[in-house]
Design a protein around this ligand. Sequence first.
Ligand code: NAP
Ligand code: MG
Length: 401
Amino acid sequence: MKTINMTTPLVEMDGDEMTRVLWGLIKEKLILPYVDLKTEYYDLGLLNRNATKDQITVDAANATKRLGVAVKCATITPNRQRMEEYPELTEMWKSPNGTIRAILDGTAFRAPIVLPCIKPVVKNWEAPITIARHAYGDMYKAVDMATGEPGAATLTFRGESGAEKTLTVQTVDGPAVWQGQHNKDSSIRAFARSCFQYALSQKQDLWFSTKDTIAKVYDGAFKQIFEEEYEAGYKAEFEKQGLTYFYTLIDDAVARVIRSKGGFIWALKNYDGDVMSDMIAAAFGSLAMMTSVLVSPDGTMEFEASHGTVTRHYYRYLKGEKTSTNPMATIFAWTGALKRRGELDGLADLVRFGQRLEAASLETLESGVMTKDLLPLVEPGFQARGVDSEEFLDAIAARLS
Ligand code: NAP
Ligand code: MG
């Protein structure tokens, strides 16, 4: 088969444990035989992050800003237990995803991979529902306290100009709990831009919901900023592509989502997104079938699987056992990145290759060949055979060629 050429490299971030093993196999069996792959390679494996004092993560994020597209393998976020497991670690390095998200000022979108033999719990969902969760502020950067006697609390803002604004929160007649939350216009605006960018790239409608009937100023600002961004920067393109931006109250959105056919992006505030993303993931099936894309306001995209490094399987692999680890989400991280690179560089062949690799992977599952984690999820009566990761990748490779 003829080799597909690339013009601009994409950023490749290698990672840890079982997903690092799959990473190598996916490249070797599914990509390198067909694509003249150009990447800037960054080894984000834990030991290299340690050796570079985590500079490698910062370099990889900056390279992503420069090149516009990245694909990332799952990585270990060290905790106390990992410090014992790897005595050479000089520090408990921060989550690479956190570092990358901060540098790219991005929003993470989580989308399930759907196929007919694994029906979502909600029967009328035919296409994936992608959740965009705002990743800054609200309850996650709040202060809270408990008080034990009757009294009153006030909220005061002191401007650098010296101007002050004070509100009474409540006067209480006994013990009470209190919380102070904030968000920033700049962060909400960046969130809105990432959502509109991603909806256009996926050619899907965008829904956004808050509780602005109750939190008139707070949630009202979210609604207002989304509206401003849409009108100023995205409305024309949405209309040209026949797409809709749809704002509704979160109660109404929940009811509509349950009755929908799916196939749209649902943007949510930080807490709502935290909760709803777990609900959607569980209803669609499995973490092993969930991809994640970090999108910055300028359209830079980093693709990855939503799951971790699958440590338990890795220890079995080290003992020489064959594991049945599901590579789907990592394959789709690669196809997402290749398709995006192809779109940005006008390489129709590369886009088509990404689509074919996705189709070959889905057809392999539909033919009944799958990793063992999926066996309990298939529809009753569907004939499926559980295989190990390499057999599964070989079956995809056979279909692809
Ligand atoms: P995990 O790696 O997602 O795995 C948890 C369990 O889920 C596995 O033991 C396995 O269950 C199942 N599973 C997940 N992905 C699977 C796949 N592709 N195929 C088959 N089964 C799969 O989560 P974790 O064990 O909590 O975390 C391990 C490491 O990953 C941690 O060091 C954490 O810091 C890191 N992590 C990284 C990221 C990231 O880079 N984005 C995200 C999350 C976690 P069974 O063992 O029952 O088969
Ligand atoms: Mg959650």
